[in-house]
Design a protein. Structure first.
Length: 390
């Protein structure tokens, strides 16, 4: 009987130890599985894995901290904030949990709250992640933007009356806050006729832009005023809006929808131009269509542009096919204010970052034009510029 009881005791002990071992194995396997899922971008799977294990260990600090980290990696910052707060309560204010909370607040554009949390961390210990968070908020608080200047010229071939043109351009885009963008530009052009007896004429263009910049959506409004130039076309007024959806998935980088209204002395033009950008590592391709509506006519064109980024060097090439007339692309600060229709175009360019804040760029374009009476011509356009990033 004693041998039986002794054997039963050993058996139960072995089973109990085996159950604990299996439970411990499940616990540590949850961390490994979550890390593997995050590595391949399967954040929902990682969350479910940690949450399932948390039901067995509801007050486990390490699991809760891991859940917060997974939420953060998946850019679900509000969920990360909640989990980091729970981890703080479970650990009586651990530095890792407080640092994570500070970063989760920063990523939700709540720097004022995040700074307070991270300052308390730095007061207890000189944590590098907390210091980087404070520097990030300081950087976001300053003014960001870009200022650029461009000089350009165009040579006309077989045009009924134009010979060449020159232009200077100055533009800026500023971000006074994380969610507000303002921009503007001025272009001065001078056009020279083929007949020297005809004096050259000038054209002035002013563009303004302002709107909301978000993490996944941008909404901007634009306006432009043009005066001088071709006496036949005359001045014009333009209004527009652009809606941009960003970070849609790993390859679909963005979708842009532009709508414009142009008002000339002799007609009005309504334009709609949706486009989408696909990214494959350093290579991107942007495809779009453009539709213009006149009083009794609709024009459709299509475009495709590819770009390759190689460190500080970027090159691009593209083209457009289909008729356009007095087209306006206000988000690019450009209006084709002329009598000719564009039939097709090809372009190529490059940009080089020469310093931390400076870059230079050049762009070439060849356009096929058609005059109002059906004569075909071509224009070669070359522009060179520099940009300064604030």
């Amino acid at each position: 009987m004693r041998r039986f009881l002794y054997g039963l005791s050993c058996f139960l002990t072995i089973q109990s130890c085996s159950a604990v071992a299996r439970a411990d194995a499940d616990y540590y396997e949850a961390f490994k599985s979550a890390d593997a899922a995050v590595k391949v971008g399967r954040f929902d799977t990682a969350v479910r894995t940690i949450q399932s294990t948390l039901r067995k260990y509801p007050n486990d600090y390490a699991l809760t901290l891991k859940l917060a980290w997974v939420h953060f990696q998946g850019e679900h910052y509000a969920d990360a904030e909640g989990s980091y707060r729970t981890a703080i309560d479970l650990s009586d204010g651990s530095l890792d949990a407080r640092t994570g909370l500070g970063w989760a607040l920063i990523q939700q554009d709540r720097c004022n709250e995040g700074i307070k949390v991270l300052q308390s961390v730095v007061a207890d210990e000189a944590d590098d992640n907390a210091v980087r968070g404070l520097l990030t908020c300081a950087d976001r608080a300053r003014l960001h933007g870009t200022i650029w200047a461009v000089l350009g010229g165009a040579l006309y071939q077989d045009h009924p009356w134009l010979h060449l043109s020159g232009a200077s351009f100055l533009g800026f885009n500023l971000r006074p806050s994380q969610t507000v963008s303002i921009g503007g530009a001025y272009r001065f052009s001078e056009l020279v006729a083929t007949d020297r007896r005809i004096p050259s004429f000038t054209q002035h263009e002013i563009y303004v832009e302002a709107g909301y910049i978000g993490k996944t959506v941008d909404l901007l409004g634009q306006a432009a005023l043009i005066w001088g130039g071709d006496a036949v076309v005359g001045g014009s007024r333009h209004v527009g809006t652009s809606l941009r959806f960003k970070r849609l998935n790993d390859h679909l980088g963005e979708v842009l929808i532009e709508a414009t209204g142009s008002f000339y002395g002799d007609l009005w033009v309504i334009g709609l131009a949706p486009s989408s950008t696909l990214t494959f590592g350093q290579l991107s391709a942007t495809a779009g269509v453009s539709a213009e509506q006149f009083a009794h006519e609709t024009l459709i064109s299509a475009s495709l542009t590819s770009a390759l980024v190689l460190g500080d060097f970027t090159v691009w090439a593209g083209g457009k096919y289909g008729p356009e007339y007095r087209a306006a692309y206000l988000s690019q600060f450009a209006v084709f204010n002329a009598q000719d229709r564009s039939r097709w175009a090809v372009l190529a360019g490059a940009r080089v970052r020469t310093a931390a804040q400076w870059s230079v760029f050049a762009n070439y374009a060849l356009l096929r034009l058609e005059s109002p009476d059906g004569l075909l011509s071509a224009v070669h356009s070359l522009s060179i510029g520099t940009a300064f990033t604030l």
